[in-house]
Design a protein around this ligand. Structure first.
Ligand code: KIV
Ligand code: ZN
Length: 515
């Protein structure tokens, strides 16, 4: 029997730290359910001490998930540990993940603590976390730039205090594969009680080496990898779950461990995360990119047709790539709709919610004959976005474009029950529409990104638009989907504006808290 490699997904925590990727409670639960279907071992659901919203997100995931361990992050502070313990109270299997920085630069400049004080805090945090659960993980933040002797001391001390997983983060993505792997091996050899804990790694992708560093660590004895769907995460992101899983699975000849992931769920989960966060997946992204299994060159196509393995090392269907399947249509009834939604892991909290979603489905089916799973997912994301704190609503939009004329738009918005009209001209109808909306809402935010993506194929496909706005350092993403991309663009802009209008105070986990 080979060792088990535990897959720890942090899409809902580190992934959510990507600027603009914040998720609502219900969106977190939808992603967590998809991760559970994929048989992810541990789901890090968030940082409960960050804000009441983050606490509720972790609590909701803890209530919904039965088969995976649900984890909450906490700085090495009593109040963070208590918040995490409280948020995870109803989890069937709960883990508290506590951390403190150990590199000289972080200890001196950020924490302003001596190494002895850092050890003291780490031990105290682990001891306190053990009062809530037997499953406690400890991370020496910025381990990639920490002194190895100090790492040995602090890790031995936290094992003694009850830590069961030791996670070695390359917080700033500074490490290189060979030396990172060697560090893991030496830590395992040098720490006297190392056999009482599982070694884990958490690598950031600043140099594009997160997956390589994680795999090197696995070859040197790490038995948990922390990763995210589509490699989402702080700055350049984290190691991509789909790449780690498929590398270990495809190269069984090299990796002395097995994983329990149901790889056929990978593509659906990737699309769900992209749809909810508004972070598109680049076409040439390994495993989940649209071109990952497409053979453009004639020589390759010929080879694959004669014998698949000439150019394919994995089967597209093993990671969940199937031809778009028409699942529902204009004549599908409420029951068929509800059943398909359940198969996608979407539950309705009330009859009213189901009726609303079914009505949206019918409206879409009037415009588009074939409805695919991706259309259903977009429908729910949009309904969720509208349900939450929606101060500005789109009532109607009229655009005018004619060759030789300046495109123009007239929009009617409802703002707190009052209808307001805005008009504008622009370089195109999308530009004119967004300017017309802005003339009414007046956010003066900077548009950082505008992207359109076709959800399925065909000219009647829904266009999914992402708009990223920045104001006063705060970044939000808005999404909208419609068979008409001008309307989808207006919906996305309004969704982003609504998010900007909610003042949300939230703490970043990696800031130093008062001790
Ligand atoms: O990158 C990092 O160091 C982290 C820790 C909180 C584990 O995300
Ligand atoms: Zn991280």
């Amino acid at each position: 029997m080979s060792d088990k490699l535990f897959i720890f997904d942090t899409t809902l925590r580190d992934g959510e730290q990507s600027p603009g990727a914040s998720m609502t409670r219900d969106e977190k639960v939808r992603i967590a359910r998809a991760l559970e279907r994929m048989k992810v071992d541990i789901i890090e659901a968030g940082f409960p001490a960050a804000s009441p919203g983050d606490f509720e997100g972790v609590q909701a995931v803890a209530r919904a998930i039965k088969d995976s361990v649900v984890c909450g992050l906490a700085r090495a502070l009593d109040r963070d540990i208590d918040r995490a313990g409280e948020a995870l109270k109803e989890a069937r299997q709960a883990r508290i993940h506590t951390f403190i920085a150990t590199s000289p630069i972080h200890m001196q400049r950020k924490l302003r603590m001596t190494p002895e004080q850092v050890i003291e805090h780490a031990v105290r945090a682990v001891t306190r976390a053990r009062k809530y659960t037997d499953d406690v993980e400890f991370s020496p933040e910025d381990a990639g730039r920490s002194d190895e002797d100090f790492l040995c001391r602090i890790l031995a001390a936290v094992i003694e205090a009850g830590a069961t997983t030791l996670n070695i983060p390359d917080t700033v993505g500074y490490s290189l594969p060979e030396s990172f792997g060697a560090t893991i091996r030496r830590l395992r050899e040098r720490i006297p009680n190392a056999d009482r804990a599982i070694f884990s790694v958490h690598c950031h992708n600043d140099l594009g080496l997160a997956v390589a560093n994680s795999l090197s660590a696995v070859l040197n004895g790490a038995r948990q990898v922390e990763c995210t769907i589509n490699g989402l995460g702080e700055r350049a992101g984290n190691a991509a779950l789909e790449e780690i899983v498929m590398a270990v699975r495809t190269r069984k000849d090299v990796f002395p461990c097995h994983i329990d992931i149901d790889t056929r769920e990978i593509v659906a989960c990737s699309k769900l995360v992209s749809n909810i966060t508004g972070f598109p997946v680049q076409p040439n992204k390994a495993i989940v990119g649209a071109n990952a299994f497409a053979h453009e060159s004639g020589i390759h196509q010929d080879g694959v047709l004669k014998h698949r393995e000439t150019y394919e090392i994995m089967r597209a269907e093993d990671v969940g790539w199937t031809a778009n399947r028409m699942v529902l249509g204009k004549h599908s009834g409420r029951n068929a709709f509800k059943t398909r939604m359940q198969e996608l892991g979407i539950e309705f909290a009330s009859e009213a919610e189901l009726n609303d979603a079914f009505q949206r489905f019918k409206d879409l089916a009037d415009k588009k004959h074939e409805i695919f799973d991706e259309d259903l997912q977009a429908l729910i994301t949009e309904a969720g976005a509208e349900a939450e704190d929606e101060r500005v609503k789109l009532v109607s939009l009229k655009v005018c474009a004619e060759t030789g004329e300046m495109p123009s738009a007239r929009v009617i918005l409802k703002i707190e029950n009052e209808e307001v009209i805005g008009t504008a001209q622009g370089g195109g109808v999308v530009d004119a529409s967004l300017k017309a909306i802005e003339s009414v809402v007046g956010t003066q935010a900077h548009l950082l990104l505008y992207s359109v993506n076709s959800i399925t194929t065909g000219t009647d496909a829904q266009g999914e638009v992402t708009v990223r706005l920045e104001k006063g350092g705060r970044i939000v993403n808005g999404q909208g989907a419609d068979t008409d991309i001008v309307i989808a663009s207006a919906k996305a802009y309004i969704n982003a504006v609504n998010k900007l209008l909610i003042s949300r105070q939230r703490m970043h986990p990696q800031v130093a808290g008062d001790v």
